[in-house]
Ligand binder design. Structure first.
Ligand SMILES: C[S@@+](CC[C@H](N)C(=O)[O-])C[C@H]1O[C@@H](n2cnc3c(N)ncnc32)[C@H](O)[C@@H]1O
Length: 467
């Protein structure tokens, strides 16, 4: 190996090395303060790594934590279902625009996905498969009607009860990202979108290459879009830290590597393994083909990375573009991510109409009924995606958890909400379930093996003695 590649592998190793525990503690203490969730703390132990513990007692149903997204995406296939802020994932536009847009795509034969989850429980999605496109029979409406709904010419009754923020266009003029506020647009631009925007003001090296990268991700696995966001986020943080350092005209010199490590810190704290090593073997792959399957996944990541490099490569952050880092970022999502779910105000709207007093309901339904029929079962499709949440990702699993991710009526954006399932006493570990904990013991253990551990919770210990 020459000294350049020696240097690079040293930088990659430094990025993947665990942070000193004091730095980890400081980082989480700051996060807890910024999230105002002072009832919890992150502790590190030798057996299960990091874990979240109660610093004070929680009552049943009490809010434990609202965690903000570090990086998140709306699934590509869900974009035809709902128009949401590209930064906070709040629904935007108007009820008419949401309905019109969805019918427009339906008329074009495009329909997103809904996995049929009826309740508001948010799933741990590390090993979920991506939804595919589907289409269903519906009573389609004339295109002029759909267009007039979309462009605001037609108003539906009582939609003023469900106001949504007006969509703001992307500052890079990509026509793909929209925002609920100037502050979301600015923060997204400054934290990742300026490098990943396909518009004319994009700061990417090549918009054409970026387009190819995005197309490849949409055709294969949109987790690559999240990995690209993570890399863009780190590069932009690196550039900001460097500019601050230069502006301060600091007397002490600071190496490029220590700036990159600082920029990478929020990503470094996530538990990681390489994607092709930790991805669950799909049911339809024969165990004897496991080696070939894992190689296929690695090759897929390699192709995606080459396309990303052509779009946003930065020589000073070269280590971020190694396959080792790319694989570990995606593996981190596989092992930590939560489903991002935001309930639809369109569903609330139709429920409101249904609940109107008979005297006014009939008149309103005469107008709304054709739209509801045209939407069919998909009238209530929520925003669906996947996201990494720094504090929630420290929560360990138990098959008899004391907490769960759960969206309440008021939770209308992409934040993770963790609620106590029962009383949690001071100093007790806060645990959630990564899987369906009602499954039989052996099935639970098989699913958890994909996360790299065997569960020793009280339920598993009891079940194992019977099994
Ligand atoms: C989402 S992370 C949880 C935080 C993690 N302990 C850390 O240090 O960052 C998931 C990983 O934590 C570990 N883990 C979670 N629950 C566990 C349990 N009940 N027993 C052993 N390890 C567990 C496994 O390594 C798993 O892949």
């Amino acid at each position: 190996m020459d000294s350049v590649s020696d240097n690079l592998s040293g930088e990659v190793a430094a990025l993947l090395a665990p942070l000193p525990s004091l730095q980890v503690q400081e980082y989480f203490n700051q996060l807890i303060t910024s999230r105002s969730c002072n009832g919890i703390e992150v502790k590190q132990n030798l057996s299960n790594g990091k874990g979240v513990y109660a610093k004070s007692e929680f009552k049943e149903d009490e809010l434990i934590l609202k965690d903000q997204i570090l990086v998140g995406i709306q699934h590509s296939s869900n974009k035809v279902d709902c128009l949401v802020c590209s930064f906070c994932f709040r629904f935007i536009g108007s009820i008419e625009k949401q309905i019109g847009r969805k019918l427009y795509f339906k008329n074009m034969g495009l329909s997103g996905c809904c996995d049929g989850e009826e309740d508001d429980c948010v799933k741990y999605n590390g090993n979920e498969e991506q939804c595919g496109a589907s289409s269903s029979n519906h009573n389609s409406l004339p295109q002029e009607v759909v267009s007039s709904l979309m462009n605001g010419e037609m108003a539906l009754p009582y939609t003023d009860k469900f106001p949504l923020p007006s969509p703001l266009s992307c500052p890079g003029r990509c026509q793909e990202a929209f925002y609920c506020s100037e502050s979301c647009a600015k923060t997204d631009w400054e934290t990742s979108h300026s490098l990943l925007c396909t518009g004319e003001r994009s700061e990417t090296i090549s918009r054409e290459a970026l387009g190819e990268f995005i197309q490849h991700a949409n055709d294969t696995n949109d987790i690559f879009l999240l990995a690209a966001k993570t890399i863009a986020f780190t590069i932009l943080r690196y550039r900001k830290l460097k500019a601050e350092y230069v502006n301060k005209q600091a007397k002490q010199s600071v190496s490029k590597q220590s700036l990159l490590l600082e920029a990478w810190k929020p990503v470094s704290i996530g538990y990681k393994r390489r994607w092709w090593d930790c991805i669950a073997l799909p049911d339809d792959v024969d165990p004897s083909d496991e080696g070939a399957f894992r190689k296929q996944i690695k090759d897929l990541a390699c192709n995606s990375l080459e396309l990303l490099k052509a779009a946003i490569f930065d020589k000073e952050c070269e280590a971020l573009f190694s396959l080792e880092i790319y694989g570990n970022i995606i593996g981190m999502f596989e092992l930590n991510n939560l489903d991002l779910v935001v309930a639809s105000p369109v569903e609330d709207y139709f429920l409101y109409i249904d609940d109107l007093p008979d005297a006014v309901k009939e008149e309103a339904e005469e107008i709304t009924r054709p739209f509801l029929d045209a939407l069919g079962d998909e009238y209530s499709d929520c925003c669906q995606g996947t996201a990494f949440f720094p504090l929630q990702s420290c929560m360990n699993h138990s098959c008899c958890p004391n907490a769960k991710a759960f969206k309440r009526e008021v939770d209308r954006d992409g934040q993770a909400v963790i609620i106590a399932l029962r009383r949690i006493s001071k100093n007790e570990e806060v645990t959630i379930s990564y899987i369906d904990e009602e499954l039989p013991y052996k099935e639970r253990q098989a699913l958890l093996a994909d996360y790299g551990f065997s569960c020793k919770c009280p339920k598993c210990l009891q079940d194992s003695s019977i099994a």
